[in-house]
Design a protein. Structure first.
Lengths: 68, 178
């Protein structure tokens, strides 16, 4: 898929583990893992909002478009 | 969970499961009875006059053993295919998850049922052609007349299976929406 999820990059910048983020955004570890590995087909605005709030970033920091 | 606590759809599925079992056993018995009476008639030709459901194929056996065998083969094949269709319905009903109903297994089984129904129609067609030939040769009607029910059902089930296939895709997308 040409949409790349840079969740791991932002987590590394904020020095936050997947467990910690899952607890703060109220998502299961399994769902967050799907998002992190790029297997997700869609993301809800509410999820995006919660992740942006916790990681203190913009949606553009998490998502990237690449047609390569 | 008790039967009365289940939703209407779950109750319908339970009833359908029981009906499918009854139909499967019924058609399996019919196929078995026809096969058994054919084997008996091969040993004792007089038995061809008293086959399953008072079927009298004695005159056909005297006319030609090959055509008698063909007629019995069609008579045996139709309940056999129907029994297998009901077996697939049992499989669908037993593994049906009401929370995640759209699975590729159900789609595959529905597709298989539609092709089997098409197969039943082809057997009916062959049987009707054979019977028409026998009518012209012997002057007696042996097989059943052709009906369009099977091909109609085959088309209907195939459309449902394609709708189910799309349902599987939508469910998969829904599950992968975070």
């Amino acid at each position: 898929m040409p949409i790349i999820v840079n969740l791991d990059v932002m987590m590394a910048r904020r020095k936050m583990s997947l467990n910690e983020l899952a607890g703060k955004v109220d998502l299961t570890l399994a769902n967050l893992s799907i998002l992190k590995t790029g297997k997700a087909k869609a993301i809800r605005f509410s999820t995006l909002e919660a992740i942006c709030k916790v990681l203190d970033c913009q949606p553009g920091d998490l998502l990237e478009y690449s047609d390569k | 969970m008790k039967f009365k606590d289940k939703t209407r759809t779950e109750k319908v599925l339970i009833v359908m499961h029981i009906v499918a079992w009854l139909a499967f056993v019924g058609f399996a018995i019919e196929a078995g009875a026809i096969l058994t009476s054919y084997i008996v008639s091969c040993i004792n030709p007089a038995a061809s006059a008293h086959m399953y459901k008072q079927l009298n194929l004695d005159s056909l056996m005297q006319f030609s053993f090959l055509h008698y065998s063909m007629q019995v083969f069609f008579l045996f094949l139709i309940p056999l295919i129907k029994a297998y269709i009901w077996y697939l319905v049992i499989k669908i009903a037993s593994g049906f998850d009401i929370k995640n109903p759209f699975t590729s297994q159900v789609t595959l089984k529905l597709e298989k049922i539609s092709f089997l129904l098409l197969g039943t129609w082809i057997v009916f067609l062959m049987n009707a052609e054979h019977s028409a030939w026998l009518l012209s040769e012997t002057g007696k009607q042996y097989g059943s007349e052709i009906t369009g029910d099977s091909i109609f059902m085959a088309g209907l089930v195939f459309i449902i299976s394609q709708v189910f296939k799309r349902g599987v895709e939508i469910q998969s997308e829904h599950e992968l929406t975070i």
